[in-house]
Design a protein around this ligand. Sequence first.
Ligand SMILES: NC(=O)c1ccc[n+]([C@@H]2O[C@H](COP(=O)([O-])OP(=O)(O)OC[C@H]3O[C@@H](n4cnc5c(N)ncnc54)[C@H](OP(=O)(O)O)[C@@H]3O)[C@@H](O)[C@H]2O)c1
Length: 239
Amino acid sequence: MNLQEARVVIVGGSSGIGLATARAAADQGADVVIVSSRQGSIDRALEQLDGNITGRTLDVHDRRAVTTFFAELGPCDHLAYTAGEPLTLTPLAGMDIDKAREFFQVRFFGALTVVSAAAATIRTGGSVTLTSGSARTRPGAGWSLGASISGAVTSLTKALAVELAPLRVNCVEPGIIRSPLWSGMSLDEQQQMFDQQAEAVPLGRVGEVDDVARAFLYAMTQTFSSGASIPVDGGALLA
Ligand SMILES: NC(=O)c1ccc[n+]([C@@H]2O[C@H](COP(=O)([O-])OP(=O)(O)OC[C@H]3O[C@@H](n4cnc5c(N)ncnc54)[C@H](OP(=O)(O)O)[C@@H]3O)[C@@H](O)[C@H]2O)c1
């Protein structure tokens, strides 16, 4: 299967992993729609992209807007969900539990809302790809929320793969990837985390968004995997 003229919708497509996936899908001839909550991010992303790409704003917190959005958008072939707000590590000591609940809103409930609105619009042979994370199986200290959300998304992927079959539903599990997700940390803190990660993983470097985009394209174009989680973590699970 190739992406020539396939319609690919990427929720979270204005930055980081979603933006890299949009670029890679457009390079393969797809008609790409990038979706995120802020018009400014969409505009900045479109300036960096070539090919058949359009941008639309949608805040996944707004369930009614999500339903209307997919009803109006019409049929598509592949849906990728990469939305998430900037992340900082959250040690248990002093954790604000209300903020902790909030962490699930975009990454988990946003994914659930979007798939529930979009599933019926995906053409036969199409796919859904969600975003989990390798913290699910190898969390470090301070990763209780990241690990829990990732575990929830991976389980959601499996359940949806059963319920929505023969639609293929998979997820990608990135390790630490250099992207704007970490903009809540200072540049020095980010670099320290990236250096530690590079030393810790067998492949000896931190991940780049293009590494993860390749996994999203694989999930769209392969034809016989569903309910699968694809690790893109430099071998972190073996370290
Ligand atoms: N980078 C990593 O190391 C890493 C590792 C494991 C898992 N992940 C997961 O991968 C996903 C993507 O990460 P990334 O690194 O690509 O982050 P990113 O560069 O910050 O991109 C996040 C995207 O989500 C969109 N977004 C945020 N809130 C939204 C909302 N309410 N409605 C719609 N769109 C929204 C953002 O655009 P707007 O601001 O315009 O809404 C942006 O396009 C996240 O869920 C993250 O947790 C990342």
